[in-house]
Ligand binder design. Structure first.
Ligand SMILES: [Zn+2]
Length: 529
């Protein structure tokens, strides 16, 4: 297998859009052969489509797995289609949630609409110059470490007293673990400008900024990002790893396989081939970028983290290292329920990597941020992957803004969860004591409510599957201490019920639906007065 990858030492590779016509078992076989199976278009049981390097295409051919090359030279394809109009209606932003107006300082970059590294740094400087009372000037993540090519990682903090270390709950937003995922950065820049510009106008934004500390590491892989910018100045560069010199003619470690929790657990969730795009590195935390993130997390007690990637339209959470394995209760419930709420407006599919995209991953940010509980407290760490299969890694220019907008509710809600961090733990315990069976496919699904937050009423939507005993279907609303405040009898043939909240005090409530045998997920309801 090593010889298969020998020729990938060539600095600039050609990439192909390939559809793999196989099920999860076939994907695992390819993954074990060093083929990158994480971001792409996954159709359970039948296919996976993404962009693959020349070496990966060789491994695919070698495997005998049925496949179709859809695009020859996908980097050139991205550049050629960068100015195309959006024709597919499914790409339109969902209409169910708030539309977030473009912040007046938000601009596109010059690399196919995305930021060059220098433009990203200049944007951070501009934010600090315009809003010195809300955001720090950019700071180095480590005063001693730099990347292999000598660059620091930078972070900024947004809060009401950004230059003071306050005891407010903390959240970490990162992007660009993978160098070829520029939308992960753009959507964060959009979010940052939005909260800075709306601090004085929106009581909701102000409450989040005032009562949390939001940390941002917008470019976690500067060497890889600059490499793409150098080889493909108009966008379309598909280098994913950092630029470590592996010493055998190959370059790079996959930074999202280098964290020290269950690092190298097996060769399916990461690769031991230096030339593979999922090469995990010679040892856990071998890469300075990941050492810096580790030390930063150890010295900042983050409650929540969103590690942004593209693409797949999924929101994933631990565990990644092993299929059908879940974090211990009640945290599994916090992940599950929080992810459902976070994805309520962008419609991302939620679950573990195995549940959502059919792959496993070891040495990832989320497994370490959550799983390492000795050197620091656990972090509720999730990975959003923005974008459809039509977007790919370099979405067309007129998709950059909509993709940023549909992540807004998720980014704000993550800050809200951070602000409410204590309550989430309380309710998870309450829900867990209610004999909820973990990770069993619920017969009652699709739980959501609108409007949310609500004032005097809200509509709760649900779907009761055929297996539900419809005689005793009921909705239970309980408060943050787990005390039932309302029950409503439901009809299994309907999918929506009006819930009167006029007599409830302002606050956070949770609700679920049971039929005597089954129980739905728990969803969150916010009442404002
Ligand atoms: Zn990624």
């Amino acid at each position: 297998m090593i010889t298969l990858f020998a020729f990938s030492a060539v600095a600039q590779q050609k990439y192909y859009r390939v559809q793999l016509l196989t099920n999860e078992k076939g994907l695992q076989r390819l993954s074990a052969a060093g083929v990158t199976i994480d971001h792409g278009d996954f159709i359970k049981g039948s296919s996976f489509t993404s962009d693959f390097s020349e070496a990966e295409l060789s491994a695919i051919k070698q495997s005998g797995i049925q496949h179709k090359v859809l695009i020859n030279d996908v980097s050139a394809y991205y550049v050629a289609h960068s100015n195309d109009a959006v024709t597919d209606k499914s790409e339109a932003a969902p209409v169910t949630c708030t539309t977030y107006a473009k912040p007046k300082n938000f601009k596109l970059g010059t690399m196919g609409g995305f930021y060059t590294y220098a433009e990203m740094l200049a944007t951070l400087d501009s934010m600090a110059a315009k809003y010195p009372n809300l955001i720090t000037v950019k700071q180095v993540v480590s005063s001693t470490l730099t990347t292999a090519q000598g660059r620091p990682l930078y972070y900024v903090k947004i809060s009401d007293h950004p230059n003071v270390d306050e005891s407010e709950p903390k959240i970490l937003y990162t992007s660009l673990h993978h160098a070829r995922e520029p939308e992960s950065l753009t959507q964060l820049v959009f979010y940052m400008w939005y909260i800075l510009e709306n601090y004085k106008k929106s009581p909701y934004v102000k409450s989040l900024v005032d009562s949390t500390e939001m940390f941002f590491i917008p470019c976690l892989n500067p060497d890889g990002y600059i490499y793409n910018q150098t080889t493909n100045p108009n966008g379309g560069g598909l280098w994913r790893k950092n630029r470590r010199v592996n010493g055998d003619g190959t370059f790079g470690v996959d930074l999202n396989r280098n964290y020290g929790y269950k690092w190298g657990y097996d060769n399916v969730g990461s690769s031991n081939f230096t030339s593979s795009d999922t090469y995990r590195g010679p040892s856990p935390f071998s890469e300075p970028e990941i050492q810096m993130v580790r030390d930063f997390c150890n010295s900042h007690p983050f409650y929540f983290a969103l590690n942004n990637h593209t693409y797949s339209n999924v929101l994933i959470y631990p565990w990644g290292y092993k299929a059908n394995t879940y974090t211990p209760a009640p945290d599994s419930l916090i992940f599950k329920n929080d992810a459902i709420r976070l994805a309520q407006c962008n419609g991302y599919v939620t679950g573990t990597p195995n549940q959502t995209v059919g792959y496993i991953v070891n040495g990832s940010s989320d497994d370490w941020m959550y799983g390492e509980q000795t050197t620091k407290a656990k972090i509720f760490s999730l990975t959003p992957e923005a974008g459809t299969s039509a977007d790919g890694f370099w979405p067309r220019k007129n998709r950059i803004l909509p993709l940023a907008q549909i992540n807004m509710d998720m980014n704000l809600t993550a800050a809200q969860f951070t602000k409410e961090s204590v309550l989430a733990a309380v309710v998870a315990t309450a829900a867990n004591n209610d004999n909820m069976i973990e990770e069993k496919q619920p017969a009652i699904t699709g739980l959501s409510n609108a409007p949310n937050p609500c004032n005097s009423y809200t509509y709760v939507s649900y779907q009761a599957g055929k297996s539900t005993g419809s005689n005793d279907l009921k909705l239970t609303v309980f408060n943050a201490s787990g005390v039932v405040v309302k029950t409503i009898q439901l009809n299994a043939l309907q999918t929506k019920v009006l819930v009167n909240t006029a007599n409830l005090n302002a606050g956070i409530y949770y609700y679920s639906i049971t039929d005597g045998q089954h129980k739905s997920n728990v969803a969150k309801l916010i009442v404002v007065k």
